[in-house]
Design a protein around this ligand. Structure first.
Ligand code: SF4
Ligand code: SF4
Length: 527
């Protein structure tokens, strides 16, 4: 169970999806699928009855996509929560908006002893807007002054980049002068994740346009380094080179050459699962089904969690019109690699043959959703281009994310990001702190990380997994417009499936990324 209703102590509320800024690494920036929506005071009053408020220690507004400052619900909501007995309220903002009167009213509304507004200010007058684009330094200072002078308690969060690392101490001094109660430098983890994503993309093989083998995507799960760590380096290089040659031949339809090169690679490195798979593909291309099956069996013996091989075995069965085992193998491939569009596509064909049109439609839908989620990918470079020269991680050692190297090493040890996501031990942070999250669409989620995947376009797996989750439990299964928190948290997903997923490979990638035990991506930011 994620949490019992009566055990919830903290609620994170994303009151709006709107924001005036355009920070280059924010998931809202240049996001064409993000709806503009926000909670109204009627939503707040319905979602937070007094008996629920009285069990809470804290409500905080730190969303994924919006800045609470932009919402007209924010001040009435804070007033309401305090009236209902919530002892502590927190709010996070870029501070570049509203007039001083609004900030004074906010300060007078935040009457709890530990209420705070956290201003995210990443630099000084000449540097803050390099990341907090569209913000204005003078307006921020006006907001800060109005809030602090009206008695508000302000915290300064300072995200460190190369372009502002020289100003950390000056900002600390300024924070003191202005009356901030705390100054917190943060070493962002986003560059670490980007480095991993970039490496993974570079390792990907070009995908075939139409391929019943659904195998062209990647050999990442079993790069030789993980299949035979003791092999001498020069031998590994040769085996890798031969395997690459085999793959090239396979792509060009030179099946005998592909077989020869794969076999040579396997002579040098017998436990090279990817070469077994390529050899199997070449045999399959020649119609030598038993030889192909033997190769796939060997690949799975070496690398039991190799999704592409499961898909290929599925294709072997499909070619022989053995639809049941074909379906089972495709499903296993998807279980291991939830963003495997090709496996979904082939599964859809097999389910049609099995006379299961609804399930086939769902599989088609998943394949399309995954492919569609990849379609906007060009926005990634577009988005990062303008800031790419200026936006770099800090070069000074003391400001680098302390767990960054650990994460990179962990992914390397697991052999690929996909393997890491499927297998790393998960320790759910918000379950431990008794938190829940309410989105700007009034949906109940365990945390901001899971919630944000609904509209993510910077990642290939997060959104397809979220769409599959919504499809499985039914649109609105967690809607606080139709259900109380008590009822929503009693649904199957919160009651059982979410926490069960932490100990199997069907977990959400975002859970492994944020709460995998080797890397605390946000906690490690505070230095
Ligand atoms: S201020 Fe926050 S919500 Fe707004 S664009 Fe920047 S990171 Fe995103
Ligand atoms: S992302 Fe982390 S905190 Fe959120 S539900 Fe998953 S494991 Fe829990």
């Amino acid at each position: 169970m994620y949490l019992k209703y009566e055990d919830i102590r903290r609620v994170s509320v994303e009151i709006t999806s709107r924001c005036n800024a355009a920070c280059p690494q924010c998931p809202r920036t240049d996001n064409p699928i993000l709806p503009a929506a926000e909670l109204k005071i009627e939503d707040i009053e319905r979602i937070f009855p007094q008996e629920f408020c009285s069990q809470l220690d804290l409500i905080y507004m730190c969303g994924n996509y919006g800045d609470a400052m932009t919402s007209n619900t924010t001040i009435p909501a804070i007033e309401y929560w305090h009236r209902m007995g919530v002892p502590q309220i927190g709010l996070y903002t870029n501070g570049s908006g509203r007039n001083p009167d609004w900030w004074r009213t906010l300060a007078q509304t935040m009457t709890g002893e530990h209420d705070t507004v956290t201003f995210s200010i990443d630099g000084l007058a000449d540097t803050n807007s390099i990341y907090r684009q569209n913000t204005n330094w003078d307006r921020i200072m006006q907001s800060v002054n109005a809030f602090i002078q009206a008695g508000g308690k302000a915290v300064w969060h300072y995200l460190i980049f190369e372009h502002n690392q020289h100003q950390v101490e000056a900002a600390r001094d300024l924070a003191k002068q202005l009356g901030f109660i705390e100054f917190v430098p943060k070493a962002t983890s986003r560059f670490v994740a980007k480095e991993i994503y970039d490496k993974e993309s570079a390792n990907q093989q070009p995908q075939k346009a139409e391929n019943s083998q659904v195998d062209a995507k990647s050999d990442r799960p079993n790069q030789p380094a993980t299949t035979n760590a003791s092999a001498p380096q020069n031998q590994t290089q040769t085996a890798v080179g031969l395997h690459q040659q085999a793959e090239d031949c396979l792509r060009q339809g030179q099946l005998s050459e592909a077989i020869a090169a794969s076999q040579q690679a396997l002579k040098i490195q017998p436990n090279f699962a990817a070469a077994c798979k390529t050899l199997g593909n070449a045999f399959q291309g020649l119609g030598k089904m038993q030889a192909a099956a033997d190769c796939y069996a060997k690949a799975l013996e070496i690398q039991p969690n190799f999704p592409e091989v499961y898909a290929n075995v599925g294709s072997l069965y499909a070619q022989q019109q053995q639809w049941q085992p074909a379906s089972a193998y495709y499903q296993k491939a998807i279980e291991l690699k939830p963003n495997f569009a090709g496996a979904y596509r082939n599964l859809a064909k097999v389910l049609t043959q099995l006379g299961q049109p609804e399930k086939a439609n769902y599989a088609w839908y998943q394949a399309i959703a995954i492919e569609t989620s990849k379609a906007p990918e060009p926005t990634r470079p577009v988005r990062s281009q303008p800031a790419s020269q200026e936006l770099q991680p800090p070069s000074l050692e003391q400001y680098k994310n302390p767990q960054g190297d650990q994460f990179i090493q962990a992914v390397e040890t697991f052999g690929s990001l996909n393997n890491y996501y499927r297998n790393v031990e998960i320790s759910c942070q918000t379950q431990a702190s008794k938190d829940i999250f309410i989105s700007f669409e009034a949906e109940l989620w365990p945390c901001c990380w899971v919630s944000h995947t609904k509209y993510v376009i910077y990642n290939d797996t997060y959104r397809p997994q979220m769409l599959a989750l919504i499809e499985k439990y039914g649109d609105g299964f967690n809607s606080l417009r139709t259900k109380s928190i008590k009822d929503a948290i009693a649904c199957d997903w919160f009651r059982e499936d979410l926490t069960k997923s932490f100990s199997c490979s069907k977990r959400l990638d975002v859970c492994a990324h944020e709460c995998g035990k080797t890397f605390n991506s946000t906690g490690s930011q505070y230095i």
